[in-house]
Design a protein around this ligand. Sequence first.
Ligand SMILES: *[C@@H]1O[C@H](CO)[C@@H](O)[C@H](O)[C@H]1NC(C)=O
Ligand SMILES: *[C@@H]1O[C@H](CO)[C@@H](O)[C@H](O)[C@H]1NC(C)=O
Ligand SMILES: *[C@@H]1O[C@H](CO)[C@@H](O)[C@H](O)[C@H]1NC(C)=O
Ligand SMILES: *[C@@H]1O[C@H](CO)[C@@H](O)[C@H](O)[C@H]1NC(C)=O
Ligand SMILES: *[C@@H]1O[C@H](CO)[C@@H](O)[C@H](O)[C@H]1NC(C)=O
Ligand SMILES: *[C@@H]1O[C@H](CO)[C@@H](O)[C@H](O)[C@H]1NC(C)=O
Ligand SMILES: *[C@@H]1O[C@H](CO)[C@@H](O)[C@H](O)[C@H]1NC(C)=O
Ligand SMILES: *[C@@H]1O[C@H](CO)[C@@H](O)[C@H](O)[C@H]1NC(C)=O
Length: 553
Amino acid sequence: MIPPSTLLFFFLALALVASPATVTYDWNVMWVWAAPDGFGRPVIGINGQWPCPPIEATVGDTVVINLLNLLGNQTTGLHFHGINQVQTADMDGPSGTTQCSVPPDMGLKYQFTVDEAGTYWYHSHDMGQYPDGLRGPFIVHDPVDPFEGSYDEEHILSISDWYHNDSITLVRNMLNPSNTDFRPPLPDSLIVNEGQGFELNVTKGKTYRIRIINYAAFAAAMVHFDSHTMGIITNDAAYIKKEKAYHLRIGPAQRHDILISVGDRDAGNYPFLVALDVNRDWTNSTETMSWPLNYTGHLVLDPSLPLPAAQVVDRWLPPDDALFKPYEDIAAYSPYDKLITLDFRFCLDQNGYPRSCFNNLTYITQKVPTLYSAATTNDSNTNPIVYGQVNPFIIDYGITVQIVINNLDSASHPFHLHGHQFQVLYRGASGSGPWRGDDGLDYSVFPPWRDVVTVMPDSFAVLRFRAHNPGVWLFHCHIEWHVEMGLTATVIEAPDRLRGMTFPADHIEACRRMGIPYRGNAAGNTHNFTDTTGFRLVPPTTYNGALYLPDDT
Ligand SMILES: *[C@@H]1O[C@H](CO)[C@@H](O)[C@H](O)[C@H]1NC(C)=O
Ligand SMILES: *[C@@H]1O[C@H](CO)[C@@H](O)[C@H](O)[C@H]1NC(C)=O
Ligand SMILES: *[C@@H]1O[C@H](CO)[C@@H](O)[C@H](O)[C@H]1NC(C)=O
Ligand SMILES: *[C@@H]1O[C@H](CO)[C@@H](O)[C@H](O)[C@H]1NC(C)=O
Ligand SMILES: *[C@@H]1O[C@H](CO)[C@@H](O)[C@H](O)[C@H]1NC(C)=O
Ligand SMILES: *[C@@H]1O[C@H](CO)[C@@H](O)[C@H](O)[C@H]1NC(C)=O
Ligand SMILES: *[C@@H]1O[C@H](CO)[C@@H](O)[C@H](O)[C@H]1NC(C)=O
Ligand SMILES: *[C@@H]1O[C@H](CO)[C@@H](O)[C@H](O)[C@H]1NC(C)=O
């Protein structure tokens, strides 16, 4: 995150470099047949292609996506992961939060400015849909890149777990009272660059910037390059002071840009290993670790020479990304004005179905998208009652917020905030128990920024952000299966500035076609906003994901 003075300088500098452009994509979302790991299945692609294309823009540009849903049997929508959406909260994309799902045969436009450089990605945020394939890279180039000149080429390396069943089947099997140990579906394979693999032709004396993105629905990944250190230069979209590492762990939805240099004395070809981390706790030396899914790629100096097998890594020792230093010495926001404590544990709902809870409440999608409620409930929009069971937290404009996540589960979980990068002031080691207050904790003076933090098993993390971006922003575990279990809270930021907000006609039309009210409280009551009649208080026992069921609405 950039202080305003730097921002001003930056925009002046930008004005000298290039004038902002508009980058437009016309995208038909449709089913495509693909076999990224050799097993053929329908996947969700764009314009008849899968993998989905990248979005590329430069800081200051306007990005326009003209989406047309040609899926026939499913609704859809797009979220632009990590993009702050300053003044465009209605373009963030999660269905039920900032828009209605887009039904088949309907078009919808997203338009927003990209204000910060970095490696991002986009994906469907409509009912657990993205593991079926609707995701791709989103690169925002930086005209004043602090690492410019320290690399020669840049490449994208996406990593993902992959399933042979479609997401709806997987979630239906998971959301079942017989699943008493809250088991998520386990992946069938690991794919890299959506199955196309990553073999990098390299030349002596050159340095390569590799933008690593983890698209996974479930698993983190470990990365190791044989005989070459990685120079890690970003945490998600935030620059850090370069950190050298032999191992890197990248959680679901996280990104790290790394530099790899090929030296004059290098000879032959070098393997690199990507290993899916499906373990509950990679730091627990007594736990039996399992590394069932690996991918080996190569830095290819000489294609006439053999491609060696990857070295076996006996013990993964990735550095602690919560201790990385931000590129600029921006101090921790202090003190904070509001504390949000989120105790996460698995829980059972009223029907005995497995769910996940924050503070003993599971997230239940309401009728009216939460942002639309914030815009249309007058002065009542500062009252959390009006939003229903979406775990709402009301935040005043301009304040500093501290979020404490207590992970009461014995596995690690990657938590993501929309609309902001946050500072990671502290991350407890595995097993350190819940937060016991600020005292006695050695908070980072210059904490790193990012938009997804992995919280260790039976432990906690302390995050801060400043509320300068009015909107409705989800905070959720980025294991997609846990989102479908309800592991989500909603930050309602500066509701006084959201009153009377208007929405594009096509976004409202999506609600009309879906038969969803777009005004009033969570149940669409426009007369008495605190009347909770019609609120959804129990999660549905049948799961239909993004299936389009016109009779149901
Ligand atoms: C939706 O349609 C696609 C393409 O025809 C098909 O492969 C898929 O099984 C359908 N999905 C569901 C859940 O009906
Ligand atoms: C995948 O689908 C098959 C057939 O419907 C089913 O037998 C299997 O249990 C499913 N696997 C998971 C992990 O849901
Ligand atoms: C790498 O080099 C080989 C041999 O010159 C070439 O066939 C291959 O297409 C190159 N691969 C990439 C990804 O550029
Ligand atoms: C490590 O794993 C063992 C075996 O599963 C467990 O008993 C122990 O509590 C774990 N330790 C920590 C610190 O999580
Ligand atoms: C994957 O790599 C890890 C680390 O080298 C190794 O322990 C594991 O045996 C490998 N798994 C497979 C299935 O080869
Ligand atoms: C949540 O539930 C747990 C276990 O049932 C209980 O110990 C705890 O007090 C509850 N917390 C709140 C905030 O209600
Ligand atoms: C909300 O404000 C609008 C515009 O001032 C007004 O027309 C409407 O009656 C108000 N609704 C309620 C329920 O107070
Ligand atoms: C609005 O609904 C609440 C809850 O049902 C009720 O207590 C309140 O009296 C109602 N207000 C009006 C003005 O009807």
